[in-house]
Design a protein around this ligand. Structure first.
Ligand SMILES: Cc1ncc(COP(=O)(O)O)c(C=O)c1O
Length: 417
Protein backbone atom coordinates (compact mmCIF):
# COMPACT_ATOMS: atom_id res chain seq x y z
CA UNK A 1 0.00 0.00 0.00
CA UNK A 2 1.45 3.35 -1.04
CA UNK A 3 1.33 6.09 1.60
CA UNK A 4 -0.01 9.02 -0.42
CA UNK A 5 -1.11 11.05 2.59
CA UNK A 6 0.13 11.41 6.14
CA UNK A 7 -3.12 13.07 7.26
CA UNK A 8 -6.79 12.20 6.84
CA UNK A 9 -8.67 14.14 4.15
CA UNK A 10 -12.21 14.69 5.49
CA UNK A 11 -15.13 14.13 3.15
CA UNK A 12 -16.34 17.72 3.52
CA UNK A 13 -15.26 21.00 5.12
CA UNK A 14 -16.60 24.55 4.83
CA UNK A 15 -14.53 27.53 3.68
CA UNK A 16 -15.12 30.23 6.27
CA UNK A 17 -13.20 33.47 5.60
CA UNK A 18 -12.25 36.48 7.72
CA UNK A 19 -15.23 38.49 6.39
CA UNK A 20 -17.65 35.89 7.71
CA UNK A 21 -15.89 35.81 11.10
CA UNK A 22 -15.84 39.62 11.40
CA UNK A 23 -19.53 39.79 10.47
CA UNK A 24 -20.48 37.15 13.06
CA UNK A 25 -18.51 39.00 15.74
CA UNK A 26 -20.27 42.22 14.72
CA UNK A 27 -23.64 40.52 15.27
CA UNK A 28 -22.56 39.21 18.66
CA UNK A 29 -21.40 42.68 19.72
CA UNK A 30 -24.51 44.38 18.31
CA UNK A 31 -26.93 42.39 20.45
CA UNK A 32 -28.99 41.24 17.41
CA UNK A 33 -28.33 37.54 17.84
CA UNK A 34 -31.68 36.33 16.56
CA UNK A 35 -33.68 37.38 13.46
CA UNK A 36 -32.83 40.98 12.68
CA UNK A 37 -31.52 43.33 9.99
CA UNK A 38 -28.88 40.94 8.70
CA UNK A 39 -31.45 38.25 7.93
CA UNK A 40 -33.35 40.85 5.90
CA UNK A 41 -30.10 41.85 4.11
CA UNK A 42 -29.32 38.22 3.36
CA UNK A 43 -32.82 37.57 2.03
CA UNK A 44 -32.61 40.58 -0.33
CA UNK A 45 -29.13 39.67 -1.55
CA UNK A 46 -30.18 36.06 -2.10
CA UNK A 47 -33.37 37.03 -3.98
CA UNK A 48 -31.28 39.29 -6.20
CA UNK A 49 -28.55 36.69 -6.78
CA UNK A 50 -31.02 33.96 -7.76
CA UNK A 51 -33.57 36.25 -9.40
CA UNK A 52 -36.27 34.97 -7.03
CA UNK A 53 -39.56 36.78 -6.49
CA UNK A 54 -39.38 36.14 -2.73
CA UNK A 55 -36.63 34.69 -0.54
CA UNK A 56 -37.52 33.57 2.99
CA UNK A 57 -34.68 32.58 5.30
CA UNK A 58 -35.27 29.55 7.51
CA UNK A 59 -33.41 27.54 10.14
CA UNK A 60 -32.79 24.61 7.76
CA UNK A 61 -33.83 23.25 4.38
CA UNK A 62 -35.86 20.62 6.24
CA UNK A 63 -37.83 23.36 8.00
CA UNK A 64 -38.32 25.12 4.66
CA UNK A 65 -39.65 21.98 2.97
CA UNK A 66 -42.02 21.41 5.90
CA UNK A 67 -43.25 24.98 5.75
CA UNK A 68 -43.73 24.92 1.96
CA UNK A 69 -45.85 21.75 2.17
CA UNK A 70 -47.82 23.17 5.12
CA UNK A 71 -48.53 26.40 3.24
CA UNK A 72 -49.71 24.35 0.25
CA UNK A 73 -52.23 22.65 2.54
CA UNK A 74 -50.74 19.13 2.38
CA UNK A 75 -52.25 16.94 5.10
CA UNK A 76 -53.76 13.58 6.05
CA UNK A 77 -55.02 11.57 3.09
CA UNK A 78 -52.73 13.34 0.61
CA UNK A 79 -49.87 11.80 -1.33
CA UNK A 80 -46.64 13.51 -2.25
CA UNK A 81 -44.25 12.04 -4.82
CA UNK A 82 -40.63 11.90 -3.60
CA UNK A 83 -37.58 10.25 -5.22
CA UNK A 84 -36.16 7.49 -3.07
CA UNK A 85 -32.55 8.53 -3.68
CA UNK A 86 -32.59 11.48 -1.31
CA UNK A 87 -31.85 12.45 2.27
CA UNK A 88 -34.53 11.21 4.63
CA UNK A 89 -35.71 14.74 5.40
CA UNK A 90 -37.42 15.14 1.98
CA UNK A 91 -39.77 12.29 2.87
CA UNK A 92 -39.88 12.87 6.64
CA UNK A 93 -41.57 16.26 6.25
CA UNK A 94 -44.39 14.64 4.29
CA UNK A 95 -44.87 12.16 7.14
CA UNK A 96 -44.88 15.03 9.69
CA UNK A 97 -47.97 16.41 7.96
CA UNK A 98 -49.81 13.10 8.11
CA UNK A 99 -49.53 12.63 4.34
CA UNK A 100 -47.99 9.70 2.49
CA UNK A 101 -44.67 9.99 0.69
CA UNK A 102 -44.92 7.95 -2.51
CA UNK A 103 -41.33 7.00 -3.23
CA UNK A 104 -40.31 6.67 -6.87
CA UNK A 105 -37.25 5.58 -8.82
CA UNK A 106 -34.48 7.61 -10.39
CA UNK A 107 -32.60 7.55 -13.70
CA UNK A 108 -28.99 6.99 -14.64
CA UNK A 109 -28.18 10.59 -13.67
CA UNK A 110 -29.42 9.89 -10.09
CA UNK A 111 -32.31 12.33 -10.56
CA UNK A 112 -35.99 11.46 -10.29
CA UNK A 113 -37.46 9.84 -13.39
CA UNK A 114 -40.37 11.87 -14.85
CA UNK A 115 -41.90 8.61 -16.14
CA UNK A 116 -41.83 7.21 -12.60
CA UNK A 117 -43.56 10.36 -11.34
CA UNK A 118 -46.27 10.06 -13.99
CA UNK A 119 -46.83 6.39 -13.07
CA UNK A 120 -47.18 7.18 -9.38
CA UNK A 121 -49.98 9.74 -9.70
CA UNK A 122 -53.27 8.83 -8.04
CA UNK A 123 -56.41 10.76 -7.16
CA UNK A 124 -54.77 11.57 -3.80
CA UNK A 125 -51.56 13.05 -5.24
CA UNK A 126 -51.15 16.72 -4.29
CA UNK A 127 -47.50 17.55 -4.91
CA UNK A 128 -44.19 16.48 -6.44
CA UNK A 129 -40.85 17.02 -4.65
CA UNK A 130 -38.03 16.77 -7.21
CA UNK A 131 -34.54 16.70 -5.68
CA UNK A 132 -31.73 18.26 -7.70
CA UNK A 133 -29.31 15.51 -6.79
CA UNK A 134 -25.69 16.52 -6.19
CA UNK A 135 -26.12 19.92 -7.88
CA UNK A 136 -27.39 18.97 -11.35
CA UNK A 137 -31.01 19.93 -12.00
CA UNK A 138 -33.75 17.37 -12.61
CA UNK A 139 -35.64 17.27 -15.90
CA UNK A 140 -37.70 20.22 -14.72
CA UNK A 141 -39.65 20.83 -17.92
CA UNK A 142 -41.04 17.29 -17.89
CA UNK A 143 -41.85 17.61 -14.17
CA UNK A 144 -43.63 20.96 -14.49
CA UNK A 145 -45.56 19.63 -17.51
CA UNK A 146 -46.81 16.73 -15.37
CA UNK A 147 -47.66 19.13 -12.52
CA UNK A 148 -49.64 21.36 -14.87
CA UNK A 149 -51.54 18.47 -16.46
CA UNK A 150 -52.53 16.99 -13.08
CA UNK A 151 -52.89 20.22 -11.12
CA UNK A 152 -50.12 19.35 -8.67
CA UNK A 153 -47.89 21.64 -6.62
CA UNK A 154 -44.11 21.40 -6.96
CA UNK A 155 -41.76 21.77 -3.99
CA UNK A 156 -38.22 21.57 -5.35
CA UNK A 157 -35.68 20.20 -2.89
CA UNK A 158 -32.75 22.33 -3.99
CA UNK A 159 -30.60 21.46 -0.96
CA UNK A 160 -27.71 20.72 -3.35
CA UNK A 161 -28.53 23.28 -6.01
CA UNK A 162 -27.78 26.86 -4.99
CA UNK A 163 -26.41 28.20 -8.29
CA UNK A 164 -27.55 25.28 -10.48
CA UNK A 165 -28.87 26.13 -13.94
CA UNK A 166 -31.52 24.50 -16.08
CA UNK A 167 -31.71 25.70 -19.69
CA UNK A 168 -29.69 28.74 -18.60
CA UNK A 169 -32.14 29.72 -15.81
CA UNK A 170 -31.16 29.63 -12.15
CA UNK A 171 -32.99 27.08 -9.99
CA UNK A 172 -35.49 29.05 -7.88
CA UNK A 173 -35.61 32.08 -10.20
CA UNK A 174 -38.84 33.69 -11.39
CA UNK A 175 -37.64 33.68 -15.00
CA UNK A 176 -37.07 29.91 -14.95
CA UNK A 177 -40.46 29.40 -13.29
CA UNK A 178 -42.16 31.44 -16.04
CA UNK A 179 -40.34 29.51 -18.75
CA UNK A 180 -41.30 26.17 -17.18
CA UNK A 181 -44.97 26.98 -16.67
CA UNK A 182 -45.56 29.14 -19.76
CA UNK A 183 -47.75 31.37 -17.61
CA UNK A 184 -50.01 28.55 -16.32
CA UNK A 185 -50.78 28.36 -12.62
CA UNK A 186 -48.51 25.91 -10.82
CA UNK A 187 -48.04 26.45 -7.10
CA UNK A 188 -44.36 26.09 -6.44
CA UNK A 189 -41.54 26.73 -3.98
CA UNK A 190 -37.84 25.92 -4.10
CA UNK A 191 -35.90 25.23 -0.91
CA UNK A 192 -32.11 25.50 -0.51
CA UNK A 193 -29.84 24.21 2.28
CA UNK A 194 -26.89 26.00 3.85
CA UNK A 195 -25.76 23.02 5.94
CA UNK A 196 -22.02 22.86 6.66
CA UNK A 197 -21.05 20.75 3.64
CA UNK A 198 -23.19 22.58 1.07
CA UNK A 199 -21.83 24.87 -1.67
CA UNK A 200 -22.40 27.80 0.69
CA UNK A 201 -23.06 27.53 4.40
CA UNK A 202 -24.60 29.33 7.35
CA UNK A 203 -23.72 26.45 9.70
CA UNK A 204 -27.33 25.33 9.67
CA UNK A 205 -29.86 27.20 7.57
CA UNK A 206 -31.93 27.34 4.45
CA UNK A 207 -33.85 29.59 2.09
CA UNK A 208 -37.25 29.26 0.43
CA UNK A 209 -37.67 30.91 -2.97
CA UNK A 210 -40.99 31.38 -4.73
CA UNK A 211 -42.67 33.55 -7.33
CA UNK A 212 -46.06 33.07 -5.67
CA UNK A 213 -47.01 36.15 -3.60
CA UNK A 214 -49.74 34.46 -1.52
CA UNK A 215 -47.65 31.40 -0.82
CA UNK A 216 -44.70 33.62 0.17
CA UNK A 217 -46.84 35.54 2.65
CA UNK A 218 -48.12 32.36 4.25
CA UNK A 219 -44.70 30.72 4.38
CA UNK A 220 -43.18 33.81 6.01
CA UNK A 221 -45.86 33.74 8.69
CA UNK A 222 -45.26 30.04 9.28
CA UNK A 223 -41.53 30.58 9.93
CA UNK A 224 -42.22 32.56 13.11
CA UNK A 225 -45.20 31.18 15.05
CA UNK A 226 -47.73 32.65 12.61
CA UNK A 227 -47.14 36.04 14.21
CA UNK A 228 -48.06 39.10 12.13
CA UNK A 229 -45.34 40.07 9.72
CA UNK A 230 -43.20 42.62 11.52
CA UNK A 231 -43.24 40.85 14.87
CA UNK A 232 -39.50 40.11 14.61
CA UNK A 233 -38.90 43.84 15.12
CA UNK A 234 -40.93 44.08 18.31
CA UNK A 235 -37.95 44.68 20.61
CA UNK A 236 -36.38 47.43 18.48
CA UNK A 237 -37.23 51.14 18.43
CA UNK A 238 -38.84 50.57 15.00
CA UNK A 239 -41.18 47.92 16.37
CA UNK A 240 -44.30 47.65 18.48
CA UNK A 241 -45.17 45.23 21.27
CA UNK A 242 -48.45 44.40 19.54
CA UNK A 243 -48.68 41.44 17.20
CA UNK A 244 -51.35 38.98 16.19
CA UNK A 245 -51.03 35.24 15.75
CA UNK A 246 -52.87 34.50 12.55
CA UNK A 247 -51.70 30.90 11.99
CA UNK A 248 -50.36 28.14 14.23
CA UNK A 249 -46.87 28.57 12.83
CA UNK A 250 -43.50 27.02 13.57
CA UNK A 251 -40.25 28.29 15.03
CA UNK A 252 -38.07 28.09 11.95
CA UNK A 253 -36.55 31.54 11.65
CA UNK A 254 -32.92 32.17 10.74
CA UNK A 255 -30.70 34.17 13.12
CA UNK A 256 -28.52 37.17 12.32
CA UNK A 257 -25.50 35.07 13.32
CA UNK A 258 -26.32 32.60 10.56
CA UNK A 259 -27.13 35.41 8.11
CA UNK A 260 -23.72 36.98 8.86
CA UNK A 261 -22.14 33.88 7.38
CA UNK A 262 -24.65 33.74 4.53
CA UNK A 263 -24.13 37.33 3.35
CA UNK A 264 -20.43 36.68 2.70
CA UNK A 265 -20.74 33.08 1.57
CA UNK A 266 -23.21 34.24 -1.09
CA UNK A 267 -20.64 36.71 -2.42
CA UNK A 268 -18.15 33.86 -2.72
CA UNK A 269 -20.60 31.32 -4.15
CA UNK A 270 -19.67 31.70 -7.84
CA UNK A 271 -15.98 31.34 -6.96
CA UNK A 272 -16.72 28.26 -4.86
CA UNK A 273 -18.63 26.70 -7.75
CA UNK A 274 -15.78 27.40 -10.18
CA UNK A 275 -13.31 25.58 -7.94
CA UNK A 276 -15.66 22.62 -7.51
CA UNK A 277 -16.12 22.43 -11.29
CA UNK A 278 -12.36 22.58 -11.89
CA UNK A 279 -11.69 19.78 -9.41
CA UNK A 280 -14.57 17.74 -10.87
CA UNK A 281 -12.96 18.06 -14.29
CA UNK A 282 -9.70 16.72 -12.87
CA UNK A 283 -11.61 13.74 -11.44
CA UNK A 284 -13.50 13.21 -14.72
CA UNK A 285 -10.32 13.10 -16.76
CA UNK A 286 -8.48 10.79 -14.40
CA UNK A 287 -11.34 8.35 -13.80
CA UNK A 288 -12.31 8.08 -17.47
CA UNK A 289 -9.12 5.99 -17.73
CA UNK A 290 -10.28 3.54 -15.04
CA UNK A 291 -12.70 0.82 -16.15
CA UNK A 292 -13.63 0.21 -12.50
CA UNK A 293 -15.10 3.72 -12.10
CA UNK A 294 -17.97 5.50 -13.85
CA UNK A 295 -18.01 9.27 -13.69
CA UNK A 296 -21.24 11.28 -13.16
CA UNK A 297 -23.66 11.62 -16.07
CA UNK A 298 -23.93 15.21 -17.29
CA UNK A 299 -26.66 16.85 -19.36
CA UNK A 300 -25.83 19.54 -21.91
CA UNK A 301 -28.87 21.70 -20.99
CA UNK A 302 -27.80 21.99 -17.32
CA UNK A 303 -24.67 22.93 -15.43
CA UNK A 304 -23.36 20.80 -12.58
CA UNK A 305 -22.25 22.65 -9.47
CA UNK A 306 -20.90 19.51 -7.78
CA UNK A 307 -22.22 19.78 -4.28
CA UNK A 308 -21.29 16.09 -4.54
CA UNK A 309 -19.00 14.23 -6.87
CA UNK A 310 -20.53 10.76 -7.00
CA UNK A 311 -18.76 7.93 -8.79
CA UNK A 312 -20.23 4.56 -9.56
CA UNK A 313 -18.09 1.51 -8.96
CA UNK A 314 -18.12 -1.04 -11.72
CA UNK A 315 -18.45 -3.73 -9.03
CA UNK A 316 -18.63 -6.46 -11.64
CA UNK A 317 -14.94 -5.79 -12.35
CA UNK A 318 -13.91 -5.69 -8.68
CA UNK A 319 -13.08 -8.38 -6.15
CA UNK A 320 -14.42 -6.15 -3.32
CA UNK A 321 -17.82 -4.57 -2.69
CA UNK A 322 -18.54 -0.88 -2.21
CA UNK A 323 -18.24 -1.06 1.61
CA UNK A 324 -14.76 -2.60 1.36
CA UNK A 325 -13.73 -0.07 -1.28
CA UNK A 326 -14.66 2.71 1.15
CA UNK A 327 -12.66 1.02 3.93
CA UNK A 328 -9.66 0.75 1.60
CA UNK A 329 -9.88 4.47 0.81
CA UNK A 330 -10.17 5.27 4.51
CA UNK A 331 -7.11 3.13 5.32
CA UNK A 332 -5.26 5.41 2.88
CA UNK A 333 -6.58 8.56 4.60
CA UNK A 334 -9.36 9.49 2.17
CA UNK A 335 -12.78 10.24 3.70
CA UNK A 336 -15.86 9.51 1.61
CA UNK A 337 -19.61 9.18 2.03
CA UNK A 338 -22.64 7.60 0.36
CA UNK A 339 -25.57 9.68 -0.91
CA UNK A 340 -27.96 8.20 -0.24
CA UNK A 341 -29.29 5.07 1.38
CA UNK A 342 -32.58 4.98 -0.59
CA UNK A 343 -35.40 6.16 1.66
CA UNK A 344 -37.51 3.05 1.00
CA UNK A 345 -34.79 0.84 2.51
CA UNK A 346 -34.80 2.61 5.91
CA UNK A 347 -36.57 0.66 8.67
CA UNK A 348 -39.18 3.35 9.31
CA UNK A 349 -40.30 3.45 5.67
CA UNK A 350 -40.25 -0.34 5.34
CA UNK A 351 -42.34 -0.78 8.47
CA UNK A 352 -44.76 2.12 8.06
CA UNK A 353 -45.35 1.89 4.31
CA UNK A 354 -44.35 -1.71 3.50
CA UNK A 355 -41.47 -0.94 1.14
CA UNK A 356 -38.97 -3.74 0.38
CA UNK A 357 -35.77 -4.23 -1.53
CA UNK A 358 -36.73 -4.83 -5.13
CA UNK A 359 -39.40 -2.10 -5.19
CA UNK A 360 -37.22 0.60 -6.78
CA UNK A 361 -34.52 -1.30 -8.64
CA UNK A 362 -32.58 1.50 -10.30
CA UNK A 363 -31.99 3.36 -7.04
CA UNK A 364 -30.98 0.09 -5.37
CA UNK A 365 -28.60 -0.74 -8.21
CA UNK A 366 -26.99 2.70 -7.90
CA UNK A 367 -26.92 2.59 -4.10
CA UNK A 368 -24.83 -0.60 -4.16
CA UNK A 369 -22.24 1.12 -6.33
CA UNK A 370 -22.00 4.81 -5.40
CA UNK A 371 -19.32 6.64 -3.47
CA UNK A 372 -19.17 10.41 -2.90
CA UNK A 373 -15.57 11.58 -3.07
CA UNK A 374 -14.22 14.65 -1.25
CA UNK A 375 -14.77 17.80 -3.32
CA UNK A 376 -14.74 21.28 -1.78
CA UNK A 377 -12.92 24.57 -2.35
CA UNK A 378 -10.82 24.20 0.78
CA UNK A 379 -9.08 21.23 -0.84
CA UNK A 380 -5.85 21.95 -2.69
CA UNK A 381 -4.84 20.65 -6.13
CA UNK A 382 -2.53 18.28 -4.27
CA UNK A 383 -5.48 16.93 -2.24
CA UNK A 384 -7.38 16.26 -5.47
CA UNK A 385 -4.33 14.48 -6.91
CA UNK A 386 -4.11 12.38 -3.72
CA UNK A 387 -7.74 11.29 -4.11
CA UNK A 388 -7.11 10.38 -7.75
CA UNK A 389 -4.00 8.40 -6.90
CA UNK A 390 -5.62 6.56 -4.01
CA UNK A 391 -8.81 5.70 -5.94
CA UNK A 392 -6.66 4.44 -8.82
CA UNK A 393 -4.56 2.34 -6.47
CA UNK A 394 -7.56 0.78 -4.72
CA UNK A 395 -9.22 0.11 -8.08
CA UNK A 396 -6.03 -1.48 -9.40
CA UNK A 397 -5.40 -3.65 -6.35
CA UNK A 398 -9.01 -4.84 -6.16
CA UNK A 399 -9.36 -5.59 -9.86
CA UNK A 400 -10.74 -9.06 -10.62
CA UNK A 401 -7.94 -11.09 -12.13
CA UNK A 402 -10.23 -13.42 -14.09
CA UNK A 403 -11.41 -10.62 -16.44
CA UNK A 404 -9.75 -9.16 -19.54
CA UNK A 405 -7.68 -6.07 -18.58
CA UNK A 406 -9.97 -3.46 -20.17
CA UNK A 407 -13.41 -3.01 -21.59
CA UNK A 408 -14.61 -0.06 -23.75
CA UNK A 409 -14.34 3.23 -21.88
CA UNK A 410 -17.74 3.08 -20.20
CA UNK A 411 -16.97 6.22 -18.21
CA UNK A 412 -16.86 8.34 -21.37
CA UNK A 413 -19.67 6.88 -23.44
CA UNK A 414 -22.14 6.54 -20.58
CA UNK A 415 -20.79 9.31 -18.44
CA UNK A 416 -21.30 12.25 -20.79
CA UNK A 417 -24.82 12.10 -22.13
C1 LIG B 1 -31.40 16.26 -0.65
C2 LIG B 1 -31.45 16.92 0.70
N1 LIG B 1 -32.62 17.43 1.11
C3 LIG B 1 -32.75 18.04 2.30
C4 LIG B 1 -31.66 18.17 3.13
C5 LIG B 1 -31.87 18.82 4.46
O1 LIG B 1 -31.12 20.01 4.58
P1 LIG B 1 -30.94 20.68 6.01
O2 LIG B 1 -29.85 19.94 6.71
O3 LIG B 1 -30.56 22.10 5.71
O4 LIG B 1 -32.23 20.59 6.70
C6 LIG B 1 -30.43 17.67 2.75
C7 LIG B 1 -29.29 17.79 3.66
O5 LIG B 1 -28.24 17.28 3.52
C8 LIG B 1 -30.32 17.01 1.51
O6 LIG B 1 -29.16 16.48 1.10
Amino acid sequence: MTAYRGTFLPFGMPSIGDEEITEVVDSLRSGWVTTGPKVKRFESAFAEHIGAGHAIAVSSCTAGLHIALTALGIGPGDEVIVPTLTFCSTANVVVHLGARPVLVDVGDDFNVSPAAIANAISSRTKAIMPVHYSGQACDLQAIYDIARQHNLAVVEDAAHAVGSLYNGGKIGSSSLFRALTGGSVVRSATVFSFYATKNMTTGEGGMIATSDDDLAKKMRLLTLHGMSLDAWKRYSSAGSWYYETVLAGYKANMTDIQASLGIHQLQRLDGFIEVRQRYAEMYDEAFAELPEIKIPVKHPDRNHIYHLYVVRLNVERLSVDRAQFIEDLKARNIGTSVHFIPVHLHPFYRERFGYRRGDLPKAEYLYDRIISLPLYPRMTNADVQDVIAVVAEVARTSRRVDLPPREPRAGLSEGRS
